[in-house]
Design a protein around this ligand. Structure first.
Ligand code: ADP
Ligand code: MG
Length: 246
């Protein structure tokens, strides 16, 4: 076995995929540029770290289940009230995630609640945070089937281990008592452990009607809002104003 063959097989055993893929290239470069052994080692280690970060980001992006890719840079703050570009830029230090603070985006359809949530999720993923995105209706389905369906159990476990859970569209469909109870239990378990972004077209005064139980809704809001920033966004629906422009 040649030295190169030995190194490649060792790299496979040690699961150093990044170094393995670029070993030849770096060795050629080292020979041509006459760099020191230490510098060569440094180069290889750097490649491995970058490769791992990239693969983790890809894995986390797939696991987040984002419904669409919406970049923050494409968001236009000029026609909405209730949240400013500065507010959002301040959120990009992600101290709110480190401190398990929740964000609530309330407002009518089309003002960009989902867009903003996805944009923040993308930036958080880039920083290495683990994120899960679920529409409220699907989250309830998962909770209901978690005991009998492996894929649901798997998803709920991933949610529990995430740094950020996005619950999109709370309030679009009313839920029954049993569902509300499952939902309450989830929020209680995540309380002070995981950040949650909630988007809703309903004000808090309408939540108990939607959940069908005032005591439980109050207890749930109590947990959600204990450490939270609430943004009540208003403005014309972006979809409608785009159509008018066209
Ligand atoms: P909501 O979740 O509040 O109903 P969405 O985030 O789904 O609204 O926005 C609807 C569509 O309009 C999406 O395609 C979104 O990218 C776009 N959109 C909404 N608000 C803005 C905005 N301020 N700047 C750019 N695009 C926007
Ligand atoms: Mg939405």
């Amino acid at each position: 076995m040649s030295n190169l063959e030995y190194c490649q097989s060792a790299l496979t055993t040690l699961k150093l995929k990044g170094i393995s893929a670029s070993l030849n290239e770096v060795l050629d470069e080292a020979q041509n540029d006459k760099i020191s052994y230490l510098e060569c080692l440094r180069k290889l280690l750097h490649i491995e770290i970058e490769d791992r970060n990239e693969r983790r980001l890809k894995r986390n992006l797939t696991g987040a289940h984002l419904p669409v890719i919406k970049e923050l840079e494409a968001f236009d703050f000029s026609n909405i009230k209730g949240i400013t570009e500065e507010d959002v830029n301040n959120l990009l230090d992600f101290r709110w995630i480190d401190n398990n603070v929740n964000l609530l985006f309330l407002g009518p359809p089309g003002v960009g609640k989902t867009h903003l949530s996805v944009s923040l999720a993308l930036k958080a993923l880039e920083k290495g945070y683990k994120v899960c995105f679920e529409r409220a209706s699907n989250l309830i389905k998962l909770l209901k089937t978690a005991e009998i369906q492996r894929s649901s159990t798997f998803r709920i476990n991933r949610i529990m281990k995430s740094s950020l859970l996005i619950i999109d569209e709370i309030g679009y469909t009313p839920i029954d008592r049993k569902e509300a109870n499952l939902f309450f239990n989830l929020i209680s378990e995540l309380y002070e452990r995981t950040s949650i972004i909630v988007t809703s077209n309903k004000g808090f005064d309408q939540w108990s009607e939607m959940m069908g139980d005032e005591v439980m809704t109050t207890a749930m809001l109590d947990r959600l809002l204990h450490h939270a920033q609430v943004y009540s966004i208003s403005g014309e629906s972006y979809r409608i104003s785009q159509r008018k422009e066209e």
